[in-house]
Design a protein around this ligand. Structure first.
Ligand code: SF4
Length: 490
């Protein structure tokens, strides 16, 4: 644990939105939609708008509710804009990396919100720096902004975006303002989600459809991998351009397992339904007959209800009970500086209901195990209040490798499943039994082939060309100069 900032669970790094309305100010809808995406990032929040003449920006550290005063919202003029919530990547919490990133250049102004992570940032930055670009952060979003700004000096918007897509490699869902035009781009593998919504007086883009729901909008569809969506500044509609085609997508399966809100619909599937289906498959693959099934709140709930339903259909006499209570007011574990403090935080966070557990055999359902700290503590807690047996069932495969695509998953050394088999992990967390879900079951629940999913953290093979790591497909990292030349006549 190098700096004590990692939470016990994996952490989504960002949520993005973009809105174009017919005359109404965009700031307040953007603000509400950021609230709906707060779970995707709690360290900073920001909005950039454009009023047709100039760009306005307000970016602050903190939760959405703390980052904006009423005056800030009032000062963000214009019917078009983007927003962002962020969890920082590594190192100190630093306001320089808060987003949207905004920049003014010869042919206008740009605002950028990014969810994901590029894996060739250094190459592109070095090449741009050699051409005279000066950078204020080491973040990849600034690199994208500079590259796009440079391309916009020579090309129209669509061609400029295509050129930039030909140079950057990795995971990105972007919402962008170019003056008063709002656009959204999803990387050619569609790793992170992005969807289009229709509002009463305009259109929007968002990481998750829950952000459309809060504005009483309707989900139109997901942005396709490799697609550019340009919202018309008058809110009348949108234009789409399929800029890059690839044979296979690489959707992050963890969005469905853990990150996304259960009420969001991602790549055609309601997250809640997927989690219930994963729970059902967990019973089919490794159901264990115990007196009671307990979800780890909150994210284990849908899994556990699917698991218990499937068990009941099989005739198992299993009670589904909310036997673990979460204290919502305990600070997030990642601000705890030491392993010891984090372990105590787990005990403060989850309290078993003794009457539900005492003298009974128990199955605990969780969505994933990262470091194992919570699981170990939980098993001990349940034994302390009198559970006779504690069985763990996990709604995802073992996490054996880090994520380079924008999820704070911990390093290999910190992952309990890296280099250990399931039996060894069971011993480590001292459960009576432990089972994970298979990768095939995840693919089936998502109604996708394995080839269309990113499975990097559970296989150690990635859909992008990452230095020192294996790939699970034929991946061509852009040759920066070549790609630029190749697209020039496009
Ligand atoms: S490595 Fe895992 S968490 Fe990261 S994008 Fe791939 S599936 Fe998602």
């Amino acid at each position: 644990m190098p700096d004590g900032r990692h939470p016990e669970g994996p952490t989504e790094k960002c949520g993005v939105v973009g809105v174009s309305l017919d005359g109404r100010a965009a700031a307040r809808p953007l603000y509400y939609s950021l609230y709906a995406l707060q779970h995707r990032g709690q360290e900073s929040a920001g909005i950039v708008t454009h009023d047709g003449f100039q760009q306005h920006s307000h970016v602050e550290m903190g939760l959405v509710g703390d980052a904006f005063e009423p005056d800030d919202i009032e000062s963000l003029n214009g019917s078009n804009g983007i927003g962002h919530v962020r969890y920082p990547t590594a190192g100190s919490v630093d306001s320089c990396c808060a987003q949207p990133f905004s920049v003014s250049f010869k042919s206008g102004s740009l605002g950028l919100s990014h969810n994901g992570n590029l894996v060739n940032t250094d190459e592109v930055r070095e090449e741009l720096a050699a051409k005279g670009h000066a950078f204020t952060s080491d973040g990849d979003t600034e690199v994208i902004a500079h590259d796009l700004a440079r391309n916009l000096l020579e090309s129209d918007l669509v061609r400029a975006v295509k050129r930039t897509m030909g140079r950057i490699h990795g995971s990105y869902s972007l919402t962008i303002t170019h003056d008063d035009t709002v656009l959204g781009v999803r990387d050619p593998q569609g790793n992170r989600p992005l969807c289009i919504g229709k509002l009463e007086d305009g259109y929007m883009l968002a990481s998750e459809s829950a952000a459309i729901d809060v504005l009483n909008g309707e989900l139109v569809r997901d942005v396709n991998p490799g697609e550019l969506v340009v919202l018309q500044p008058d809110g009348e509609g949108f234009d789409t351009y399929q800029l890059v085609d690839t044979d296979n997508s690489a959707h992050c399966f963890f969005e469905h397992v853990y990150f996304a809100r259960p009420d969001s619909r991602i790549d055609g599937n309601l997250v809640y339904d997927v989690r219930r289906e994963l729970g059902r498959k967990l019973w089919e693959e490794s159901g264990v007959d115990t007196d009671v099934v307990l979800p780890v709140p909150d994210s284990g709930r849908a899994f556990a209800s699917g698991y218990a339903d499937a068990a009941a259909e099989d005739g198992a006499d299993v009670e589904f009970a909310e036997g673990l209570m979460k204290n919502r007011y305990v600070g997030r574990t990642f601000i705890m500086p030491t392993q010891d403090a984090r372990e105590r935080a787990v005990r403060l966070k989850l309290n078993p209901i003794k009457d539900v557990v005492q003298g009974r055999t128990v199955t605990v359902i969780d969505d994933s195990i990262v470091r194992g700290t919570t699981s170990t503590q939980l098993v001990q807690l349940l034994r302390d209040v009198g559970a006779e047996e504690v069985h763990m069932r996990i709604g995802a495969p073992p996490i054996v490798a880090p994520c380079y695509m924008g999820i704070d998953m911990a390093s290999r050394e910190e992952l309990i499943a890296a280099g250990r088999d399931v039996g060894e992990i069971r011993e480590e967390i001292e459960a009576d039994s432990l089972s994970y879900l298979s990768i095939d079951a995840v693919a089936e629940a998502l109604e996708e082939s394995r080839a269309d999913l990113c499975l990097g953290c559970v296989t150690g093979e990635y859909p992008y060309d990452i230095d020192g790591e294996a790939t699970d497909r034929e991946v061509v990292r852009p040759d920066i100069d070549g790609a630029q030349a190749g697209l020039a006549d496009d």
